[in-house]
Design a protein around this ligand. Structure first.
Ligand code: CA
Length: 226
């Protein structure tokens, strides 16, 4: 998934971005409100993590401006302010949840999964499946049946997980190389020319070639749920 992180404390943004990347997300980090303002209009984010105290435009203003311009991505406020007014203000401005600093990364990850489930973005994240392949977001394993119909599972790298997640969010839809790259690489991250093919080649070796279909000249898809 692709995540927007707006946070002006480099120690926090570095740690959070690093942890989310290890879990297979592409993370774009902005450290001031002014440059973050246009980000969700130029790229779709599955989730936005938003600090309140920011230089330029503060987090609360950013959020209400995004909501006014119909940015619907779920937003989790991350803030050191634990006053009740701030929490209510944030939720009233259109936030989906908030987390108070300092927090555990595992709690942040759980909240991201929860807001995405609630917002219905791309369906259920826990146990995302098309009936053939099922992703486990906690273990980063994929479960599937082999040719003999026997239950199997395989561990996935962060990129493999992220690519398969993109396909499983929209079973039956053909995703282009560009769409898959946008999903697994953050803005400005170097993408090797055949990276997507390489990841798919490795995925097919794990789950079987038939599970991920190539549509020549267009892209790749997984079967639509029966
Ligand atoms: Ca701050």
């Amino acid at each position: 998934m692709r995540i927007l992180l707006v946070e002006d404390d480099p120690a926090i943004s570095g740690e959070v971005a690093e942890a989310l990347k290890r879990r297979g997300s592409a993370v774009d980090v902005f450290s001031d409100g002014q440059t973050a303002l246009g980000a969700p209009s130029s790229c779709h984010y599955d989730c936005i993590l938003l600090d309140l105290g920011l230089p330029g435009i503060d987090g609360m203003q950013l959020l209400s401006r995004w909501r006014r311009s119909k940015i619907t991505s779920p937003v989790i406020i991350i803030t050191a302010r634990d006053g009740l007014d701030d929490r209510i203000g944030g939720l009233d401005s259109g936030a989906d949840d908030y987390i108070v600093k300092p927090f555990e990364l595992s709690e942040l990850e759980a909240r991201i999964r929860a807001v995405m489930r609630r917002s219905g973005q791309g369906g259920e994240i826990v146990g995302l499946t098309n009936g053939e392949l099922t992703l486990d977001p906690l273990s980063h394993e994929v479960h599937f049946k082999d040719e003999q119909g026997k239950e199997q599972s395989a561990a996935l790298t962060a990129r493999e997980y992220s690519l398969l997640e993109a396909l499983l969010r929209r079973p039956g839809a053909v995703l282009s190389r560009q769409a898959l790259e946008d999903h697994i690489y953050a803005y400005g991250e170097e993408v090797e020319s055949n990276a997507v093919e390489f990841i798919i080649y490795n995925l097919r070796r794990k789950v079987g070639a038939k599970a991920i279909r190539n549509v020549r000249g267009v892209g790749w898809k997984v079967a639509k749920e029966a």
